[in-house]
Design a protein around this ligand. Structure first.
Ligand code: ADP
Ligand code: MG
Ligand code: MG
Length: 906
């Protein structure tokens, strides 16, 4: 029989950190801590497998699971010497969710379960503390009603606010036992009114209600959105942890808090955290009360009392425990703890979420501290997050000017680094709407999981309440979004749609606000972004490497990656500038140099339109003669920028109609410039019309109908290479033919190219040559790659078109149905973003294998958007490609992903 319930703590510790998939992250680490003899309140975990069983059974708990849970409860009661529902000395429980990976704010916890009208009296007597007992009971009714019964917590919070207004009390801690007691009566009446039935008094009913609610929350929309964003499979399920309560709300020798072994924002190696005296866990994360700093260093100058000062004994034990856990798990830990009457209990430990900045700093520091090696460090960094290091920051000078002008509104907590400017949105819905027309900053009193979609749409997040571990902060850091939290001076007025500090009032939907998530500053108006330190060193060269710690760390990661990876990383660049930028980021060549802009920009378009309008070959040749010197100069610029590195040039690819105007004004203007009639232009444009241009007269088909076109391109490339060669520059062009479907298309085109090359060499007395290859972007070419390789000296997989043609989805039109496909799980995700490994990937694999069978030395690369997608990069490593190519700013991502791909294969 399958075991569904595992105990932890006490004298029966059945789990360990190795059982994450079964017990969830929270459950397995509770067991691991208990195994290390760290004080953990004992309890039991209902496995993630039960979540699936529960959903399959139509949201009901199988009887055998119930029986097992009751058996574990009996053990727990024996262990604690208290019984659930006991009128004299009741056992109280928390019911907590915990999936394999942490899903912040997704699953709600119920505390103080087991209280009812009778047991609350028992708790009051046993603890000799009626205030504590009724504080716990009101919390329980509110949480249980909200999470399990679906009565919104606002209804209860409203009553607390009303009580405070009546009595003039500001803090929860000022409210007396009797007042809480009276409030529980009001709370129960709310439940009766809302549901037409009383608040459940039976502790066993409460327990199973709580367990089911956790499983139910796996199926909520917000949990589903989070899973989709983070690619968490639905069938992983969540576990449920049922745990003995420990109380941080029994008085001033009690408290609760969260801690990080290092700063999650910057990665600096400081013990760091927040706590509240006389409180229960949810007070810290919910942002209801503003938490206090844990360490003396953190508290310095803030007027707050640190835990270190308030409870030195418990603090020292906490510090020692946290350090021990960090060494045990060899990574930064995010911990939750409660102090009951001076005694420390650990309630959770996990690998802490962190910003990109922090993840890099921590990985490097752990190597320096000897905890891990450099290869492990590389696996600790999310390759995608490297782009954050290149993201813009605010110009310090402009910031200073804004300050002088009195536009610094306030300073909150620097919860998620990076700079964001945008119009103000006061709700998630508004944020989504406004984001359609420009950048948005979401401004909320505090955020909750319901704001998720708005947070995704916003460029930055600003909250008036909540600490570094509030929902907004945790989620923003996870998304890599700039975030300022707890900016309490800000007054957000939803009704009038304004954000006010002092005499500055900004209007939602109209005015701009700027937040600096690295410093916590909030500015009225739009600050313009400024390049990051990495860019300042590499691209703008205005900062010395030695003056930037950030750059030095970045460069260490790149250096370590370079030592490991076997795939080369190239870039997609069409201009000398892009090529030069990518080169500074470490690009080892150009994998895709599109040539269409060489036909479009400035004077070029006139000559090319002459070509398009020409009546015969002579006319077309004459137009090409005009384009030749211009394109030759273009190539010279690119070859110069990439001196010594390969440059893969793609012959003209788009259909001709993209180069002519389609409106009347444009056409008569064109007629004037060309000295012909409007009708002539109109006629030609009409002839160029295609029903499905993406599958029409484009790619190699252009060169086959107009060989003079590709001959001109071949001549421009080779003469440019010869010219720069005379200036000591090593040009290494590789010319590729787009959209090949059969080998004969390539052999025809290649012959024209080689004939032209022979002419060039004869004229210049040179012996220049370069590899000629093809894109593999049509399924037929992939399947017949053994034949194509007879002619092609290299393949470059154009995975955008290969996906388009392989699926038969037009990329430009797929927006109408792809989101639905993903939502309905027809597809796991958009195949244009991350390669469909099963189908399109199989085409790549087959082509690579067949290509190599014909020509063992064939060079294989990828030039689609997928070349910068870490998961796709790992796939390309598996099928043995020689390089990936991506946009300049993704080159660092691809470099790290290529290294990770090697490490994963080991
Ligand atoms: P989340 O996943 O949202 O962090 P948790 O299950 O960790 O939810 O619970 C939130 C908080 O509730 C914890 O940080 C802790 O302070 C409090 N809590 C949970 N279980 C207990 C318990 N057994 N005793 C005391 N407090 C608890
Ligand atoms: Mg929660
Ligand atoms: Mg927690």
């Amino acid at each position: 029989m399958t075991k569904h319930v595992y105990t932890f703590g006490g004298d029966r510790n059945e789990g360990s950190a190795k059982m994450r998939n079964l017990l969830g992250g929270k459950g397995c680490n509770l067991a691991e801590m208990a195994g290390l003899e760290i004080p953990v309140p004992p309890g039991f975990t209902v496995t993630t497998e039960v979540c699936t069983l529960y959903i399959q059974a139509g949201q009901t708990l199988p009887e055998d699971v119930k029986a097992e849970a009751l058996e574990a409860l009996r053990w727990l009661e024996g262990n604690r010497g208290r019984k659930l529902g006991d009128v004299e000395n009741p056992l109280l429980l928390s019911v907590r969710s915990g999936a394999r990976v942490s899903m912040p704010g997704m699953m709600d916890t119920v505390l103080n379960l087991g209280l009812n009208d009778e047991t609350v009296e028992g708790l009051s007597r046993a603890s000799n503390n009626p205030r504590f007992a009724y504080d716990s009971y009101r919390r329980f009714i509110m949480m249980y009603s909200d999470v399990v019964l679906g009565v919104h917590k606002d209804l209860f919070e409203h009553e607390i606010e009303a009580l405070k207004a009546r009595t003039g009390k500001k803090q929860d801690t000022e409210i007396s036992a009797l007042e809480w007691k009276d409030l529980t009566v009001v709370f129960k009446a709310i439940v009766q009114r809302e549901l037409g039935r009383p608040f459940p008094q039976d502790p066993i009913e409460q327990l199973f209600g709580g367990i089911c609610a956790v499983f139910d929350s796996w199926e909520t929309d917000r949990a589903k959105i989070y899973r989709r964003l983070n690619r968490i499979p639905d069938d992983w399920g969540t576990a449920v942890n049922v745990q003995t309560m420990v109380f941080g709300n029994m008085g001033d020798d009690c408290g609760t808090g969260v801690a990080f072994t290092r700063d999650p924002g910057t990665g600096e190696p400081y013990f760091y955290g927040e706590y509240l005296i006389n409180a229960q866990g949810e007070d810290v994360v919910a942002g209801v009360r503003t938490p206090q700093p844990i360490t003396r260093a953190q508290a310095e100058g803030t007027g707050h009392t640190s835990l270190e000062e308030a409870m030195p004994g418990a603090f020292n034990e906490l510090l020692a425990t946290c350090n021990r856990l960090e060494r045990h798990f060899t990574d930064m830990q995010d911990l939750e703890f409660t102090i009951e009457r001076g005694k420390l209990f650990m309630l959770q430990t996990r690998i802490g979420k962190r910003t990109a900045l922090a993840s890099i700093r921590i990985a490097i520091d752990l190597v320096d501290e000897g905890m891990i090696d450099s290869n492990t460090a590389l696996t600790r960094i999310d390759a995608d997050s490297l782009t954050q290091l290149l993201a813009p920051i605010f110009d310090p000078k402009e910031k200073a000017a804004f300050k002088k002008a009195g536009k610094l509104m306030t300073k909150g907590l620097n919860a998620g680094p990076g700079a964001a400017t945008g119009r103000i949105a006061l709700s998630a819905v508004d944020a989504e709407e406004l984001a359609k027309t420009g950048p948005v900053v979401l401004c909320r009193i505090e955020t909750s999981p319901e704001d998720l979609a708005g947070m995704v749409a916003a460029n930055g997040i600003l909250t008036a309440r909540g600490g570094m571990t509030s929902h907004a902060a945790v989620v923003a850091r996870g998304m890599g979004k700039p975030c300022v939290c707890g900016a309490s001076a800000i007054n957000i007025d939803i009704k009038s749609g304004t954000v006010t500090v002092g005499d500055i009032t900004l209007r939602a939907g109209i005015d701009h606000i700027s937040i600096d998530g690295s410093t916590g500053e909030v500015f009225a108006g739009a600050l313009s972004p400024f390049p990051s330190e990495v860019n300042q060193v590499l691209v703008d060269k205005v900062l010395q490497p030695k003056d930037s710690d950030l750059f030095q760390r970045y460069s260490k990661i790149i250096t370590w990656s370079n030592a490991v990876r076997t795939m080369k990383v190239r870039t997609n660049a069409d201009t000398p500038h892009d090529a030069a930028v990518a080169r500074t980021f470490g690009a080892e060549g150009i994998g895709l140099c599109r040539t269409e802009h060489m036909f479009f920009e400035g004077e070029r378009i006139i000559a090319f339109r002459e070509f398009i309008l020409a009546k015969d070959l002579e006319g077309r040749k004459a137009a090409m003669v005009k384009l030749l010197p211009i394109q030759r100069a273009d190539f010279e610029g690119i070859f110069e920028a990439m001196d010594g590195l390969p440059v893969t040039v793609r012959l003209l690819d788009p259909p001709l109609h993209e180069f002519v105007p389609h409106d009347e004004a444009g056409q008569s203007e064109m007629a004037k410039v060309m000295g012909i009639t409007y009708e002539e232009v109109q006629n030609r444009v009409r002839k160029l019309h295609e029903f499905n241009p993406m599958m029409g007269h484009r790619g190699c088909r252009l060169g086959i109908t107009y060989p003079e076109l590709i001959r001109m391109q071949m001549r421009a490339i080779s003469e440019a290479a010869i010219n720069v060669g005379m200036r000591g520059i090593k040009a290494l062009p590789e010319v590729m033919v787009p959209l090949i479907g059969t080998v004969k298309e390539l052999s025809y085109t290649k012959k024209e190219m080689l004939d032209e090359l022979a002419l060039v060499n004869a004229e210049h007395g040179s012996d220049f040559s370069c590899p000629i290859g093809t894109m593999i972007e049509i399924p037929r070419a992939a399947i017949t790659a053994d034949k194509v390789a007879q002619e092609a000296e290299f393949f470059s997989f154009g995975t955008n078109d290969l996906t388009q043609m392989g699926f038969g989805y037009s990329r430009d039109d797929s927006g109408t149905f792809l989101p639905e496909y993903v939502a309905k799980k027809i597809l796991d995700e958009d195949p244009f973003q991350s390669l469909d490994q099963e189908g399109i990937g199989e085409l790549v694999r087959i082509a690579a294998e067949k290509g190599r069978a014909t020509r063992p030395t064939i060079k294989l690369g990828v030039c689609g958007e997928h070349g910068g997608d870490p998961r796709s990069v790992k796939f390309f490593q598996k099928v043995g490609l020689n390089y990936v190519s991506c946009s300049p700013y993704r080159v660092p991502v691809a470099i790290l992903a290529a290294a990770q791909a090697v490490l994963e294969q080991k």
